[in-house]
Design a protein around this ligand. Structure first.
Ligand code: CS2
Length: 476
């Protein structure tokens, strides 16, 4: 049986100083592991309150039943390391504990930092600003004291802090968005401005929204992964997660007050996170999306299955080196070639079983920063971007919900209803043109760019006529 690393710190000393919104698999395997490692290293009273806003009451109940303890298994092809994380002081769910429980927690004097993993769509953005047409935001502006969205929750919690004469907070976004802190700040300020301009100016002056780049591949748990974890532990842990051994966290050093010493656990505090975020979003996440759409269309179940296919492997390597890396501002001290090669290894980790259809979800939220931003650069500088065009057209074909052999593919996306309506009505060039008019995805510049429109239409036709592997091998 593999050895389990248990908390060596006094859990009874932990106070609720950090609140995490969106306590799912990624937070458990990433932010909380850094936090746990820090607590192993220094005597500290930074404890964590875990919350989820919508689904997940049962998950939090289960955590309560195990006194907030859960295990993380770090898996490579030939090793599995186990850690028991003990950072939690309590869990909260507004639908279980009442909306005030969470709002008042934000207004607790000892709280200093809020971390968030709420996924791209949780920020309710459109064109980098708060989407005032979003139904959740509209509802929260009507009844701000019982908010449903993360943005509404933050603003109401901060308003209570201000009314209580307390200090501001640091809100630390840990989602895969470029300049995630800036985006979070603009969503919060836009919302607050609509409620009360004085509250907005209090937030502007007292709170901080650092950007951060987070990285650890953490597939959704399945029955199979729970039983793999149970085999290693010798008992079953319904709260456990499995992930890869690699983890990275680069954080803008811009906090409103004290902060946890996550650097003791390997996190880097830097002045400018943007080049790190861009590198990760394009090289890792862009390549992930490329493999997810094209792999799933070709009936590949996991990312490691894709990496075993010589054509997909060669194609994703070329995408990284020829179409993604040249668009980057390389962060200081990083060797891009080594970074990309390490990614190819990480993607090949067979133990992870990371499903292509999981990564394929929410494409409308992911495409802009992962694939379209570099393409804009290629269009301006007249560089080739054939593989990116196949990935974007691959997303379009994926959105029709069928693989090349006719297997059904799940289309989970906030725009799914609109996309499905378009796909029932059109196909070919007409379908491509209608999808290109989704402004939140393609902006209003790309649909007007004749080169862009022609390249995507041609890539879509190629995929339909020749299939994924032939289209890719013709482009290598
Ligand atoms: C993936 C990410 O599902 C996805 O979209 O690309 O969750 C990826 O695994 C993480 O960002 C890795 O840090």
């Amino acid at each position: 049986m593999t050895r389990l690393l248990k908390p060596n710190y006094d859990r009874s000393r932990l106070k609720p100083r950090l609140l995490h919104i969106g306590f799912g698999a990624f937070a458990k395997a990433h932010v909380m592991v850094f936090h746990d490692e820090m607590l192993h290293t220094e005597a500290s009273d930074w404890g964590v309150v875990a919350t989820r806003l919508h689904s997940g009451i049962e998950d939090l109940d289960r955590l309560d039943q195990s006194d907030g303890l859960y295990s993380v298994g770090e898996m490579s092809d030939d090793d599995l390391r186990l850690r028991q994380v003990g950072v939690l002081t309590k869990t909260l769910h507004p639908r279980r504990d009442g909306p005030d429980s969470l709002l008042n927690q934000i207004a607790e004097p000892e709280l200093g930092v809020v971390t968030m993993t709420i996924t791209e769509k949780g920020y309710c953005l459109s064109g980098g600003r708060l989407d005032l047409q979003n139904s959740g935001i509209r509802q929260d502006l009507i009844s701000p004291a019982s908010p449903e969205t993360a943005i509404g929750v933050l603003v109401e919690g901060l308003s209570r802090r201000r009314n209580a004469g307390l200090s501001g907070l640091t809100i630390l976004s840990c989602d895969n968005l470029p300049e995630n802190g800036r985006l979070c700040q603009s969503a919060v300020l836009d919302f607050a401005e609509h409620r009360d301009p004085e509250l907005a100016s209090w937030i502007r002056s007292k709170c901080r929204f650092p950007c951060s780049m987070v990285d650890r591949i953490t597939p959704a748990m399945t029955e199979e992964s729970f039983s793999k974890l149970a085999d290693a532990l010798g008992y079953s842990d319904p709260n456990g997660v499995l992930c890869e051994p690699f983890r990275q966290w680069v954080i803008e050093d811009n906090f409103a007050g004290a902060r946890p010493d996550w650097d003791l656990a390997g996190a880097e505090f830097v002045e400018d996170v943007a080049p790190f975020e861009e590198m990760k979003l394009r090289l890792l996440n862009g390549s992930h999306s490329f493999l997810a759409y094209l792999g799933a269309l070709g009936d590949k179940e996991t990312i490691a299955d894709c990496m075993e296919d010589p054509i997909l492997r060669a194609a994703v390597t070329r995408l990284m080196f020829d179409e993604q890396a040249p668009t980057l501002r390389v962060p200081q001290g990083v060797d891009i070639e080594r970074y990309a090669k390490a990614l190819l290894e990480r993607f090949s980790n067979r133990a992870l079983h990371h499903k292509t259809t999981q990564i394929a979800s929410d494409g409308s939220q992911k495409l802009p920063q992962r694939l379209l931003a570099p393409v804009r650069q290629h269009l301006a500088e007249q560089h080739g971007w054939r593989l990116s065009s196949l990935a974007i057209a691959g997303w379009m074909l994926y959105c029709r919900g069928r693989s090349e052999t006719g297997a059904s593919l799940p289309v989970n996306d906030p725009l799914a209803a609109r996309i499905s309506e378009i796909s029932m009505r059109t196909d070919g060039d007409a379908y491509v043109h209608e999808l290109l008019s989704l402004e939140d995805v393609f902006g209003n510049d790309l649909p007007d760019n004749a080169d862009f429109v022609e390249s995507i239409s041609s890539a879509y036709r190629t995929l339909q006529d020749h299939g994924v592997l032939k289209s890719l091998s013709n482009s290598l």
